[in-house]
Design a protein around this ligand. Structure first.
Ligand code: TA6
Length: 310
């Protein structure tokens, strides 16, 4: 962990400036997190969370009286320009490979960009909100020739509410795909069941649509894009004695992913022994659920995450 003397004068002043402008006593403070990344720590009666400015990335969420909800790799890299493994990566303005140029960053550039803090505030019910922002730049326009303002509005309360707001600040419509790529902690992925996708069609690897019969269970690599679904998903985890609810708005796709043994082994930031303890249930719009935003308009993609004891 970084100790105070490890930080450079500029890192000190940047964190000091963030704390001067945006800290809220007992509720929001800023520190140098892993790899020296600036992290907002949020705490209130409902629980705690941490959000990195790199990627506008929720790293953790722990409701009071519960175990942590999000999985974060102990082997993740923490450098601006590199995606963080775990938490809630923001995949935008495209999900997975770029549709025309596979050399462009997988899952878009938002998750590897340095975001700014726009605002922090208490909100009703004892919750706390942190609003992060990203806007187009020469670098982003080289990858995606459009003007935009992106906000990730993170509200920590009885539930974790993550709302990605994408505004078109240009003079022509653009189309994007996206995901709040949430990694959830589970006791044993082979023992969990994922409910809410019964009877929906998904694609996995090939373009052919397959019908989901019953709850989703995982006993191999699963990488499924469920289309045309607005349903809340529930991860039932008997080992941890809890259900995790993933409600959503502005999303018509849900992605379920577990890398299983071989893919976990190929990912250098994913410990080989960790695939049993995580599952991604992602709040997305992809494939034919892509979203077109007209000049001056915006789209909101929202995930609401809550926990219930079994
Ligand atoms: O959301 C599922 C997925 O598209 C998988 O195919 C896998 O690649 C995962 O995202 C993680 O992608 P990343 O680029 O973070 O390794």
């Amino acid at each position: 962990m970084n100790s105070p003397q490890d930080k450079s004068p500029t890192e000190h002043s940047a964190l000091d400036a963030l704390n001067r402008q945006f800290a809220i006593s007992d509720h929001v403070s800023f520190r140098a997190g892993p790899g020296g990344l600036a992290v907002a720590d949020v705490a209130n009666e409902h629980g705690t969370a941490a959000v990195a400015l790199s990627g506008g990335h929720v790293l953790s969420f722990q409701p009071s009286g519960h175990e942590p909800v999000l999985w974060l790799s102990r082997q993740s890299r923490f450098e601006v320009g590199t995606s963080i493994r775990g938490g809630i990566p923001v995949c935008w303005p495209w999900f997975a490979a770029h549709p025309d140029d596979p050399k462009k960053p997988f899952h878009g550039f938002a998750r590897t960009s340095l975001w700014s803090i726009m605002d922090t505030r208490p909100v009703e019910g004892g919750a706390t909100q942190v609003r992060l922002g990203l806007r187009d730049s020469d670098a982003s326009r080289d990858l995606w020739p459009h003007s935009f303002e992106l906000e990730n509005v993170v509200t920590v309360g009885p539930e974790l509410r993550v709302e990605l707001v994408a505004r078109n600040t240009g003079d022509a419509p653009w189309t994007c795909t996206a995901a709040l790529h949430s990694y959830f902690r589970v006791s044993d992925v082979t023992q969990v069941t994922i409910h809410g996708l019964e009877g929906r069609y998904y694609v996995e690897g090939t373009p052919e649509r397959q019908l989901q019969s019953g709850p989703v269970t995982i006993d191999r690599e699963v990488d499924r894009v469920y289309l045309d679904t607005t349903e809340t998903c529930t991860i039932q985890d008997p080992g941890m004695g809890r259900r995790i609810h993933v409600a959503k708005a502005g999303s018509r796709s849900t992605v379920v992913w577990n890398p299983w043994i071989d893919k976990a082994g190929r990912l250098e930031d994913f410990p080989d022994d960790e695939y049993p303890h995580m599952v991604c249930v992602e709040t997305a719009n992809t494939r034919h659920d892509a979203v077109t935003v007209h000049p001056g308009a915006e789209h909101r993609l929202c995930a609401r995450i809550s926990v219930e004891r079994l």
